[in-house]
Design a protein around this ligand. Structure first.
Ligand SMILES: [Zn+2]
Length: 353
């Protein structure tokens, strides 16, 4: 939604990729910290230490994921981006922010670097109107965490949606007062939500097959289990362990990856990638740090195949939308053409308004 190209070009598919020798947690291996006994506090400290090494990275949630990943494997992973989405040289293809900066088009982004993204609407609400910019980008991320925790149709989420609706109305009127109807309004979300009906424990699945999940280099993110088997035997064992789950999902083979524009030049996101389909997701560990609950069992999830209608985002505009199924790659071309700017040839999307 920022580059106008699919993951097979910008190479950011999952947040965490396996890049041995290049990880914010490399210090764990260098100091042999993986051989110490660990508890939730030492792990939390190591996680915070690793991320503060590249502290400009605001895109990295995930202590819950690392909590369950063996410490000796941490030093093999790093995030697919190191920095904020508005930074230069973040990905192999420029973001819409870089393109506009390069072309000297004044713009501003609000809410995207809020300390707590779940409360980014507060930054949007506080921001004054600035007639000196050609594009104002409001980033509002309050809804997703509420949907995970309470459900998309829950009282809590619907109440917040009403608040945000009102916030957008106020902002819209500021533009209307300044520009009449001579401005383009584009509201988009990047994914939908689906109700979770079953949480599956991956460690238990392995134990039932007579295996131990921690023996294998792996990474579990919500409904994906990604593996990097070191030998043909390991590969076989992983497949055996996952056999009971095959009816609930599938392996994302190279062919399937190509169909969804996520094929990569190497195996950084996994050699063997198992996808668990809705309405299921993998169980995440629940624990607290200093009395603060670090995780909860999500009642709603995303990350399922885009073929599911429930995964659709929304697109709203004050201009007619000229596409029956707009995609996220259409966002940058739409923004550029709205600003009267040429759209780069290499972009996979097209302007939809
Ligand atoms: Zn989410």
């Amino acid at each position: 939604m920022y580059t106008g190209v699919y993951p097979n070009k910008h190479h950011c598919w999952f947040i965490w990729q396996r890049t041995p020798g290049d990880s914010p947690f490399g210090y764990i291996d260098r100091f042999n910290l993986d051989h110490l006994p660990h508890n939730v506090y030492s792990k939390y400290a190591m996680y915070k230490t690793g991320l503060s090494i590249n502290q400009n990275n605001s895109q990295v949630p995930g202590f819950t994921i690392f909590f369950d990943t063996p410490v000796e494997h941490w030093g093999q992973f790093r995030p697919c981006v190191d920095g904020k989405w508005t930074d230069d040289d973040l990905l192999p293809y420029p973001t819409v922010f870089e393109i506009l900066r390069e072309r000297g088009i004044p713009f501003r982004t609000i809410g995207d670097d809020a300390p707590d993204l779940a409360k980014s609407s507060i930054a949007v609400e506080a921001a004054g109107f600035d007639p000196g910019t050609d594009w104002t980008y409001y980033y509002i991320a309050d809804i997703d965490p509420l949907s995970h925790k309470y459900g998309q149709e829950s009282k809590e989420t619907v109440e917040k949606m009403r608040e945000i609706d009102e916030l957008i109305r106020v902002k819209y009127q500021e533009f209307e007062r300044q520009y009449g109807d001579e401005f383009d309004f584009l509201l988009f979300s990047d994914h939908g939500h689906a109700v979770v009906e079953e949480h599956i424990s991956l460690p238990d699945t392995f134990v039932r097959g007579g295996y131990a999940l921690d023996d294998y280099i792996h990474f579990v993110d919500s409904n994906f289990a990604r593996f990097w088997p070191r030998t043909a035997e390991e590969r076989e064992e992983i497949r055996n362990a996952l056999a009971p789950l095959e009816e609930h999902g599938m392996y994302l083979t190279k062919e399937r990856q190509r169909a969804y524009n996520v094929e990569m030049p190497d195996n950084r996101y996994g050699e063997l990638i198992y996808y668990l389909d809705l309405p299921r997701t993998f169980e995440m560990p629940s624990f607290s740090v200093f009395g603060r609950e670090m995780s909860y069992t999500p009642v709603s999830m995303h990350g399922y195949l885009p073929d599911h209608d429930s995964m659709d985002g929304v697109l709203v505009s004050n201009r007619p939308i000229q596409s029956s199924v707009p995609e996220l790659v259409d966002v940058p071309p739409t923004v550029l053409s709205s600003l009267g700017e040429p759209v780069p040839e290499y972009m996979d999307g097209t302007s939809v308004v």
